[in-house]
Structure formats: structure tokens, C-alpha cells
Design a protein around this ligand. Structure first.
Ligand code: ADP
Ligand code: MG
Length: 690
């Protein structure tokens, strides 16, 4: 059968229902999905060693003939033990497998086979334990004797199965349409798309792999830049409500705060208020560390909007965050005549009092409620405003044309677009932000409010983990709570990298078996995530084992310790964001960075977590220290639309930007680039309704 890109995986040879279901859990349903399921790293097993050259502990590949092979049940451990003797011209070696009874059927004496594994010195001399094997044939290899792809998540599929499936799917790779204009491919010396897709899975050598990665990252960045540019040129043509600066009211509001503003807060607030006075919509990004007081700055803007008898909305990614924001806001406005509202799936409040859904919606629709806090989803779905002049968006980078258009249509006056303020705690250095977003307006708060306690950060070697656990227990005994962060959701074949599910099982079964522990990761339903987070917030569980999902800002003031597994796998800026989850109260807080990788370089990088002044310094360091290529696949926070590109791909970001500029200048409706236009069709349909 001829495979096409839309062929369901179930029609690939050897894929039964079970396999298809497992693939579905990885969101792989078609041949196309398989092709675009990129490895997150590669293992170079391409060098063939002689048996006589093998060194203990080193991952090596040998090409040998099987001389002896037998299986037996080991009495002591009730395991199937398979033993073999293999040889090349330099010598012979013992190979041992545990619990792989089918091996004796797949491999036979006399077969010529590649083995990749580590040799160690066992009771009976040198041996290789549980190596990966692949028979030598005329064709190219898949699992050994080459640069081998390692896939991020496998959901109970074996690494071998995934590789086999992707290799089968690649037969159709030439059908993938290369949407990049040929002149760009030429002038940036990019690999063709189909070749890049082949090479990223089964690279012929490191150089071709690098080129493949460059090409695929370029795709992501180029499309991103193109969207940003078209989006911006649209905004420039729109009009917005003019919001006048209410000086006295603003001063009064500030003077009732229990603290004084930092200089950076003043400056940012002033930039925003100046934007609001223009009749062209603001499109500004407000950056600042967790706790630097961004929300307060946004509130000053919202205050001014309310004093102009117009509405503003603050949109959060989760219910809990929305409700936390609302608590702060309603308190600050409690002795003013400005009405505030909270709108989430489970809560409807006006001036901090419960109301019905219909009362809520009519309060917003009539213009009576001036400041509205809610979740992204709800606000985008069902709300009709009366006079929406400002939308503040917390921690969401994907606020694009669709959302803007929706807000405009429901703002109460579809002739004007609300001013837009995005807030993020991702510290993107200015230079990088400009490269990414072009002439984006940017306000940065670097200065932290004075009385913040510094979080005590320590590097912990894997072997000293127990001491950290003891410390966590002491904190819990004192009434506090702890976060434990892991780089992966499910166990993978990558040795030593801890996963949430494994750690959760292990800790709740052993070290902390007497405590309530919960688990949080991105594959859970959002209702479940919210419930787990709410329970943790209510101190119903003592330890939360989680992936990077905790990075987006919920406040758990009672949590005082965070332990981060595989700390070397995260960007510094991202670690910094995790760390910002603790130290949100007067308790002294702690952060333990655990790393199994004890290289000098790793240690130096992680030590910056102890010494750096703030998230920006860390982000800049990251940009210098992590050459692309070092950490492929562990995505930097905040840019979920990139599978490969990260914020460290500074050069490539600039190239993609220049390339996109060239295209937009020439043909901003992309009529001369049908494939590209098709790729962006949903986006363009919104921008240029035909
Ligand atoms: P962010 O949104 O940047 O994470 P918030 O605006 O939520 O930060 O502020 C965190 C906490 O610090 C809030 O309780 C807020 O009231 C307080 N805060 C804000 N600005 C200051 C300041 N200048 N001095 C002291 N505390 C401040
Ligand atoms: Mg915040």
C-alpha cells in the first residue's frame, strides 16, 4: 500500500489497535504526525569499536558474530537470563540480558549483529549487559551503528517501535510541501524540507543533523516572525479609545498603598499611561520577575481606565491565578466606588460577593462593573462588554489576531480595538525581545520591592538527595509545603533523568509514604490540574511533584522548599521561574538544584543560580552559555509553539526576521506565495477577511 501523509497510523504494517492507541496518546494519528514527531536528542553510536578496544563504562558499538546463545531461568531471582558469546576478529565478549525471553528466537548462532551498550567488569570478567542489538543487513541500520534518535515520550511504546514506525512513515516524506519561498531557501542556504525531516530522525552524520535542525528551527521562527509582522501592521491601522491620565486619582490611589512604588514600577506605569492617551491601540509587553509588582502596575492603568468611565479586563491562564489576582484587586479597590468583578468557571463575584452568572454578565454588559478579572477562556467565549478599553493578559504569549479580533467585536464599540498589555515573568533580554518582536513596546521591571527575603539556593549532588529530603521533612513538620520538579512526565530510556510519574510513585511509596503527595503535569485534564493545584493551595497535600507546568504563576505562600531534579536540563531563566514559586511569604524559603551530571560546565552554569542578581542576568547568561545544540528539545519557557527553536537561537531569530520582513515588504497578502499562504491560511483569514 502506498502511504500518504494523511494515512492513519493503523494502516502501517505491524500497527495493531494497541499500538495505535498508544500513538494517539502521543497525539500521533497519521503518517504526517509521525514525521513531525521530532527526537529530543540523539545518541552517536556510529563508531564501530573492536572488542579489544572496549573500555568499561563507555557506551560503544561492536559488530560481531554470535557464537553461543542460551537462556535459562535464574533460580535466585526467578528471572530469565540469556547469555551469549560474541566475537569479532579482535576477540570475544560475553553478553547478558535479563528477562528478554524472545531474544533466543530473534537472534541465532552465526548471526552477524551490532550491539550497542556499556561493558562492565562482572563476576566472570568483561561483559555487556542488556545491549541494544540489530542484525547486520545490506540496508541501513535503525537502532545501532549510526546516530540514533531518542524520542521524548513513548507512552509504553518501546524506543525500537517508535523508530520503526517513523522510519516507515518517512517513505512519504517527499509529499510534505516545502512552504518556504525558494529565494529564502537559497539565500539562507537551507536544507530542503524533506531532507531535513529525514535527517532529523536518521542523520547520516552530525553535520547533516545540524543542518536539519537549523532548517526546521528556521521554519518555526520564520512563521512566527511573519505572524508578528502582519499582526503589527494591522494594529497600526486600528484605532483605540483615548484614556486620559487622571493625575489626582492616581496619586490618591498610590498614597493609600502600604508601600511605595519602586522606580521601575513608576517608569513602567508612566509608559503605559502615556500609551493609553493615544488613539492607536497600545501593544506593550511588561516584563518582570515573579513578585516584582507587575500586577500593581497594570492596576494603575486599570484605575485610569475606570476613572474615564471605561472598562478593563485582566485575563489569567488559570482559575486559581484569576482568583488570586482578584483578591488583591478587590481589596485595593474596596474603599473606592469602582466596581470589580471575577468571572471564572466556578466563581462569579462582584465587589467580592457571590452573584449569579446572569447578574455577572449583565453587570459587565451594562458597564457597571469597571474592572473584570477572569480566565482567558471565559472572557474569550461569552462576555459582551460595554466599553472595553484595556485588556491585560497575564502569562500568555499566544494572544494573537483571533483573540484581539474577538475582544474588539465584543468590546461594546467594534470601531475601536482595546489597548493591549501583556505581562510575563519570562525574562527575555531586551535585545532578544527586539529580535523576536521587532519594534515591540517593552517595559521592564528589574528592581524588586525592598523587603523581599532572598531564597537560599543550593546545588545538591544526586548522591546527597536524602539530605535534601530530610530537610524537606523538617519544613513540613514546621507546617510548610514543598514542590519537587522533574524534567519529564513519563520514564524514558534516557538514563538518570527523573520523571514525574516515577518520582511520585517512588516518593509516596518510600521516603514520604506517611505524607499526602500529589502529582501535576501537562497531560492531565485542565479541570484536574486546577483541582490538584487548589488542593495544594489549601494545604491538603504536603508535596507537589510536578513538571514545568508550575512555572506559570500560582501563589502558594505556604510552600517554602523546592527541589528541582535534573536541574541541568532546564534553562537558567526557567529555573529562576520555578524558584519564584517559593518565597512568596515571610517564611525563609529554599531551592535545591539536583543534578546527576557533575561536569565543571554544568556546575558553573548552575552556580549562577546562586550568584545572579535577577532573572534577566540569568537569561543573558543562558544566551551566552548554552550554545544551541547543547540542550535541544528542552524548550525554553513561554514559547509553546516552538518544538525546536529556543530563545537561545539568537542568530537564527534575526535571520528569520529579516527573511520575513523581505517577504512582507514585497507582498504582504502573500498572493505570490500560495504554499506559504496556505500554511498561514487560518491566520490570514482573520487578518484580511475576504
Ligand atoms: P508580579 O505580578 O510581578 O508577580 P505582584 O504585582 O503580584 O507581582 O506583586 C507581588 C506582591 O508584592 C503583591 O503582594 C504586591 O502587593 C506587592 N508589591 C507590589 N509592589 C510593591 C512594592 N513596590 N513594594 C512592596 N511590595 C510590593
Ligand atoms: Mg503575577
Amino acid at each position: 500500500m502506498k502511504l500518504t501523509l494523511t494515512t492513519p497510523v493503523s494502516q502501517i504494517t505491524r500497527v495493531g489497535k494497541t499500538t495505535a492507541d498508544r500513538l494517539k496518546r502521543l497525539e500521533i494519528e497519521t503518517v504526517n504526525d509521525l514525521i513531525f514527531y521530532y527526537p529530543w536528542r540523539w545518541e552517536d553510536l556510529s563508531k564501530i569499536s573492536k572488542i579489544s578496544e572496549l573500555k568499561t563504562g563507555e557506551l560503544s558499538t561492536i559488530k560481531v558474530k554470535i557464537q553461543l546463545l542460551s537462556s535459562r531461568r535464574s533460580l535466585a531471582k526467578r528471572k530469565i537470563l540469556t547469555e551469549g558469546l560474541v566475537a569479532d576478529e579482535s576477540g570475544s565478549l560475553k553478553i547478558v540480558w535479563f528477562n528478554q525471553p524472545f531474544l533466543a528466537k530473534t537472534l541465532q548462532i552465526g548471526d552477524e549483529v551490532y550491539f550497542s551498550g556499556k561493558v562492565d567488569f562482572g563476576r566472570y570478567g568483561f561483559q555487556m549487559t542488556n545491549p541494544v542489538y540489530e542484525k547486520v543487513t545490506n540496508g541501513s541500520t535503525t537502532h545501532t551503528a549510526r546516530i540514533v534518535p531518542i524520542y521524548p515520550l513513548t507512552h509504553s511504546l518501546t524506543a525500537k517501535q517508535i523508530r520503526f514506525l517513523i522510519k516507515s512513515a518517512l517513505v512519504a516524506v517527499d509529499q510534505v510541501v516545502d512552504f518556504l519561498p525558494p529565494e529564502i531557501i537559497t539565500s539562507y542556504r537551507l536544507m530542503s524540507l524533506s531532507e531535513a525531516l529525514r535527517q532529523i530522525h536518521f542523520p547520516d552524520n552530525q553535520q547533516l543533523l545540524d543542518q536539519a535542525i537549523r532548517r526546521l528551527k528556521f521554519n518555526e521562527l520564520f512563521l512566527f516572525e511573519l505572524r508578528v509582522m502582519i499582526n503589527r501592521s494591522e494594529i497600526r491601522q486600528e484605532t483605540a479609545e483615548v484614556v486620559l491620565f487622571k493625575e489626582q486619582e492616581t496619586k490618591d490611589f498610590i498614597s493609600q498603598l502600604p508601600f511605595s512604588l519602586t522606580n521601575d514600577q513608576r517608569k513602567a506605569a508612566w509608559q503605559i499611561i502615556s500609551d493609553l492617551q493615544q488613539s492607536r491601540p497600545m501593544n506593550r509587553l511588561l516584563e518582570g520577575d515573579v513578585g516584582s509588582g507587575k500586577t500593581l502596575v497594570a492596576l494603575l492603568a486599570m484605575l485610569n481606565v475606570a476613572r474615564n468611565e471605561k472598562q478593563s479586563v485582566l485575563m489569567s491562564p488559570t482559575e486559581i491565578l484569576a482568583s488570586q489576582h482578584y483578591q488583591t484587586i478587590s481589596k485595593l479597590f474596596s474603599n473606592s466606588n469602582i466596581k470589580t468583578g471575577l468571572l471564572t468557571r466556578s466563581q462569579k463575584l462582584i465587589n467580592n460577593e457571590k452573584v449569579s452568572q446572569s447578574k455577572m454578565l449583565s453587570g459587565i454588559n451594562s458597564g457597571e462593573v469597571k474592572i473584570i478579572v477572569g480566565t482567558h477562556a471565559l472572557i474569550q467565549e461569552s462576555v459582551k462588554f460595554n466599553s472595553l478599553a484595556l485588556a491585560v493578559i497575564d502569562e500568555q504569549h499566544r494572544f494573537g489576531v483571533t483573540q484581539r479580533k474577538h475582544l474588539r467585536e465584543n468590546s461594546g464599540n467594534s470601531a475601536t480595538t482595546p489597548h493591549l498589555l501583556s505581562m510575563t515573568a519570562t525574562p527575555i533580554p531586551r535585545s532578544l525581545a527586539l529580535a523576536l518582536y521587532g519594534d515591540l513596546d517593552l517595559s521592564i521591571i528589574r528592581e524588586m520591592p525592598k523587603e523581599r527575603k532572598k531564597i537560599i539556593t543550593k546545588l545538591v549532588e544526586g548522591s546527597k538527595r536524602n539530605e535534601a529530603y530530610e530537610f524537606i521533612r523538617q519544613q513540613i513538620d514546621q507546617g510548610r509545603q514543598a514542590f519537587i520538579i522533574c524534567p519529564l512526565i513519563d520514564p524514558s530510556d534516557t538514563l538518570g533523568v527523573r520523571s514525574v510519574t516515577e518520582e511520585y510513585e517512588r516518593l509516596s511509596g518510600t521516603v514520604f509514604s506517611d505524607l499526602t503527595i500529589s502529582m501535576l503535569h501537562g497531560k492531565l485534564k485542565s479541570m484536574d490540574k486546577e483541582r490538584i493545584m487548589a488542593d495544594f493551595l489549601a494545604n491538603k497535600s504536603k508535596i507537589l511533584v510536578a513538571t514545568s507546568v508550575v512555572e506559570v504563576g500560582v501563589d502558594v505562600p505556604n510552600a517554602s522548599v523546592m527541589l528541582i531534579e535534573g536541574a541541568d536540563r532546564f534553562g537558567l531563566a526557567q529555573l529562576h521561574q520555578f524558584r519564584g514559586r517559593v518565597g512568596r511569604s515571610s517564611y525563609q524559603s529554599y531551592c535545591f538544584l539536583v543534578s546527576e551530571q557533575n561536569s565543571q560546565k554544568t556546575a558553573a552554569r548552575l552556580r549562577a543560580m546562586v550568584s545572579a542578581k535577577d532573572g534577566f542576568e540569568l537569561a543573558e547568561l543562558d544566551l551566552e552559555l548554552r550554545g544551541p545544540g547543547e540542550v535541544y528539545g528542552t524548550t525554553q519557557s513561554g514559547f509553546p509553539e516552538f518544538k525546536l527553536a529556543t530563545l537561545t537561537d539568537y542568530r537564527l531569530i534575526q535571520e528569520a526576521k529579516i527573511a520575513a520582513e523581505g517577504i512582507v515588504k514585497k507582498d504582504n497578502r502573500l498572493d505570490g506565495y500560495p504554499d506559504l499562504k496556505y500554511k498561514l491560511k487560518d491566520f490570514l483569514a482573520l487578518v484580511h477577511p475576504e
